[in-house]
Ligand binder design. Sequence first.
Ligand code: SAM
Ligand code: SF4
Ligand code: SF4
Length: 356
Amino acid sequence: MSAATPQSANSLPRDRRGRPLRDLRVSVTDRCNFRCNYCMPRDAFGRGHRFLPKRELLRFEEIETLARAFTGLGVHKIRLTGGEPLLRNDLEDLVARLAQLDELDDLALTTNASLLTRARADSLRRAGIRRVNISLDALDERVYRQINQIDSPLGDVLSGIEHALGAGFDAVKINMVVQKGVNDGEILPMARRFRGSGAILRFIEFMDVGNHNRWSLGRVCTAREILETIAAAHPLEALEANHRGEVAKRWRYADGGGEIGVIASVSEPFCGGCARARLSAIGELYTCLFAVSGFDLRKWLRAGLGAEELRARIGALWRGRRDQYSVERLSQPRTAHSGADAAQNSQKVEMSYIGG
Ligand code: SAM
Ligand code: SF4
Ligand code: SF4
């Protein structure tokens, strides 16, 4: 395969709002062993649900070719996600391929950790994963199972977190999606559990992704509410962002107990700095988490386009991007995006399809 020549910084594409392309999420499967109520609720993703046929998925060498094109356009960071990426037994092969890309300075994974054995954590680390995000929404067994909807025991993910911490990744973060009336009572227990643990806990506002999670503004526990809950027990101090475009706002415990992050995608959208593209498991490019459709890159790959041509076409797609869904959501009347508003929401891509 001929490698694309990286472009000089000032010829890298910027979208119509002046945003560069820096970050790529790659969904390696649309399947998941969980049915989290905010992502793949059982009633919409039940036995009859048709997942992508395996033959449709991009082969690892195809993902590598696309990743090379993306790094030539400014991407420095790739995150592997899904669905549940650890359902791909040979994921380490893909990791090893991507880890060789020169322009990449971060290769990360998001997982529910239910399958993250010690051996798997070690092999992923050895293959080149630098950072791991683990989803955990509650420490109360009943609440945890109520959310994952498959009765997956809490012990499995807690072991997965221990394995990740033991494997020597550069960072391990815990992602908690907070749903009012479901797991907001878990904010303080989670904060206490992960203070000083070596893992950074990040609270994520519940988003109206996809079409089935019965989202409404009333079910969003805002960043402000989350921070007030924690600060009442453990005073917090704001921290500077690690880098421009960082989505999580960082805080630290005033008593030295470490840091937390809050991702306020609903109450304080960050579209203005959004430099993120998403690649579905069958090779469609999505330029926004809330997009209605993607661009089929697989057909170009399979038509045999070379690296330079792929890069030129993907760059042109990025230059045409205007997305800022979350900013627009904020300017709508408060009821405009309720889960009941089927006409408006019925076409959005599912998060498990393009990766969170
Ligand atoms: N299965 C893996 C996992 O759960 O970590 C990776 C894929 S999952 C779609 C990626 C992330 O998206 C998870 O951290 C999950 O909590 C988050 N997510 C899914 N649906 C969400 C929603 N409605 N609002 C906010 N975050 C959501
Ligand atoms: Fe699966 Fe992750 Fe979605 Fe939960 S959040 S259903 S673990 S893809
Ligand atoms: Fe980026 Fe779309 Fe999310 Fe805005 S709504 S931050 S453009 S993914």
